[in-house]
Design a protein around this ligand. Structure first.
Ligand code: ATP
Ligand code: MG
Length: 180
């Protein structure tokens, strides 16, 4: 079995910049710089045959390159507490269309449909009971950060969960068609 997800990697310069944000919140597990990414579609554990079918389906997908806008901080809650700290990604049509194409390709392969709404984000940290004033100060201090990222491909990642941070490996990269 192999744990897979489809994502968009971030350029090293942006990862470095976001990596430098990683301070000021006790009880936060910051995403290591090399792991910062946007998840288009989480797949989970599949067998090798399914993984091959997923790859074939993604390789056939056609979608245009676009520019992605990132910025604004927010949190996802778990049990009424903030557990995920993220940098926002604009829900722009080209991104949503790409994720919809990925979704239909995966459903055609036989994977169960994703029922959760697509909320594009870059996870900066996972938190456990963070002190709220510190969290709010972090958000206030980084909310105005924004950047534009050219997206010319998307990637099938494997995720190896071990004792420490997960190890993501780009298993295949799929080019988007040139902007017209
Ligand atoms: P860990 O689980 O150890 O915290 P992780 O969440 O980064 O590490 P994975 O669980 O393999 O590693 O997830 C890979 C990517 O898919 C991450 O961006 C994660 O947020 C996202 N993801 C994981 N599970 C889901 C899910 N059920 N729905 C949507 N996205 C998910
Ligand atoms: Mg996880």
């Amino acid at each position: 079995m192999i744990r897979l997800f489809v994502g968009i990697p971030l350029p090293p310069s942006l990862r470095r910049q976001l990596g430098s944000f990683a301070a000021g919140i006790p009880n936060a597990r910051w995403t290591p710089e090399e792991n910062l990414h946007l998840t288009l579609r989480f797949i989970g554990e599949v067998d090798e045959t399914t993984a091959g079918a997923v790859h074939d389906a993604l390789a056939e997908l056609q979608a245009p390159a676009f520019t992605m806008t990132v910025g604004g901080c927010g949190t996802f809650e778990g049990g009424r507490r903030p557990v995920t700290l993220w940098l926002g990604v604009e829900r722009q049509p080209a991104l949503v269309r790409l994720r919809d194409k990925v979704e239909s390709a995966l459903v055609r392969v036989g994977l169960p449909a994703e029922s959760r709404r697509f909320q594009p984000h870059i996870t900066l940290a996972r938190m456990k009971d963070p002190p709220l004033p510190k969290l709010h100060a972090f958000v206030a201090g980084h909310n105005l950060f924004h950047d534009s990222v050219p997206v010319t491909s998307f990637v099938l990642f494997s995720s190896h969960l071990g004792r420490g941070e997960p190890i993501y490996t780009a298993e295949a990269e799929y080019p988007l068609t040139a902007d017209s």
